[in-house]
Design a binder for this molecule. Structure first.
Ligand code: UD1
Length: 421
């Protein structure tokens, strides 16, 4: 597949207002959750992103009717006539594995091709599988497929060895229709888990505890379609905040839940940025050179791994030496070589990167290797001297809606080049 590229002319001060779209990582489990009820659910503010299109294709393959009507995505999961998802669909996006829990709950049966590793790490599924087995699911793994079935799901006491976001969501979505009570201990506490709990409860489920490390789910007999507005994307918001800081700009970011961004805001204040919190927006102003600092990625409410590459781009041109430790994914430093091409001074030893801040980054030919690495290079290009050609921006399209349009309105010089156009 040929991919688009951006041509970005850096050193333009960003100024104005930018609105954050609905959260990709909330939209994906919410879409999967619509499988739990017969009938038509409506989700509002689902972003138009490549990953969302893939999830819609998975739902359609399973028999759902999906329609976009202005801001609403309408999903009719009345008739499910399939319970397996083939390799082609699974390979496009890991998060398709979120259909495991809902299909087991609704149909008692599911078969998916096992998601492979990806650019940032090996990404095992053991916690998903262990949790589902505790609910009474039988699992067979053969020829690269995971097949699972259960006559009747039974509530259970599940302990996760790591607070996996996807495992917590899959087990929640299976447990809502199980007999009896399920506890998920050491559950992920991300805001997306709270959003999923809210939607499931609107559908008639009985889930409590999201946002804390123990979830309690009292199984019910059936769920009903519901309407829900997805929360704002905290990673998108954080990316815009960094753009404002790196261009010494003045940007107001709308549709933000400041509480979801606490670790990001705390760190950005350490650069010397002025951050003003309003009800559902944040204003970021920066003057002068940034100061460096250290970061360690952690599960929520710690510093998010999905913001690590963007912070590295920023720290590359901050004063002093900064250290970033990545504890969630083993291979999430692929942006380092590309940032180096732009003049960054970074050395990596295992899971630690040492960044010696340079005065300024320089435009170069660089390539996105995954979604957030792409975002990091986009930010670096905004702050760099002269032009950057950023290849493979389709990775960025997986997680950022209308990026170039949104940034042009802030004063950025960015152009998308589509091959053979
Ligand atoms: C979600 C996010 C992703 C984010 C990640 C961590 C979505 C669609 N994606 O991914 O953007 O980077 O959370 O915040 O929401 N693990 C196991 N066994 C398992 C599952 C996970 O060991 O069965 C490990 C992983 O290798 C990783 C850690 O747990 O080290 C966190 O992964 P997890 O929270 O599951 O990430 P995802 O849900 O895939």
């Amino acid at each position: 597949m040929t991919m688009d590229r951006y041509v970005i002319t850096g050193k333009q001060r960003l100024e104005g207002t930018i609105r954050v779209s609905g959260a990709k990582n909330s939209s994906l489990p919410l879409l999967a959750a619509t499988l739990l009820a017969e009938g038509t659910s409506t989700l509002l503010e689902i972003p138009a992103l490549a990953d969302i299109t893939h999830m819609i294709e998975v739902l359609e393959h399973l028999g759902c009717g999906v329609m976009r009507q202005d801001e609403a995505l309408i999903i009719n999961a009345g008739l499910l006539d399939s319970w397996d998802v083939d390799e082609g669909l699974m390979r496009q996006m890991r998060a398709s594995n979120l259909i495991l829990g809902p299909l087991l709950a609704r149909r008692g049966r599911v078969k998916i091709s096992r998601p492979g590793g990806c650019a940032i790490g090996s990404r095992p599924m053991d916690q998903h599988i262990k949790g589902l087995q505790q609910l009474g699911v039988k699992v067979k793994e053969k020829h690269g497929y995971i097949e699972a079935w259960a006559d009747q799901l039974q509530g259970a006491d599940v302990y996760l060895d790591v607070p996996s976001v996807g495992a917590t969501e899959n087990i929640m979505m299976a447990a809502v229709l199980a007999k009896g009570t399920t506890l998920i201990r050491n559950a992920a506490r991300e805001p997306e888990i709270v959003d999923l709990q809210n939607f499931l409860n609107k559908m008639g489920a009985r889930v409590r505890g999201a946002g804390m490390d123990v979830l309690r789910i009292d199984g019910v007999d059936a769920l009903y379609p519901a309407e829900h507005t997805v929360i704002a994307d905290r990673i998108e918001a954080g990316t815009h905040m960094i753009a404002a800081v790196m261009t010494e700009g003045d940007v107001t970011i709308e549709n933000v839940v400041p509480e979801h961004l606490e670790p990001v805001i705390a760190k950005l204040r350490q650069t010397g940025a002025q951050i003003t919190l309003l009800d559902d927006s944040v204003r970021v102003q920066q003057r002068g050179r940034l100061k460096g600092f250290d970061i360690k990625t952690m599960p929520y409410p710690g510093f998010p791994t999905d913001m690590q590459p963007q912070f590295m781009a920023m720290l590359s041109c901050a004063e002093g030496t900064s250290i970033i430790t990545e504890t969630i994914f083993e291979n999430r430093f692929q942006h380092v070589d590309e940032l180096r091409r732009m003049g960054a001074q970074i050395t990596v030893e295992g899971r630690t990167a040492v960044i010696r801040g340079v005065e300024t980054l320089e435009g170069a030919f660089v390539e996105a290797t995954d979604l957030r690495a792409g975002a990091a290079l986009f930010l670096a290009a905004l702050a760099a001297e002269e032009a950057t050609v950023l290849e493979k921006v389709n990775y960025i399209d997986r997680g950022y809606e209308d990026l170039e349009e949104k940034y042009r309105r802030l004063g950025a010089k960015v152009r998308r080049v589509i091959p053979n156009e």
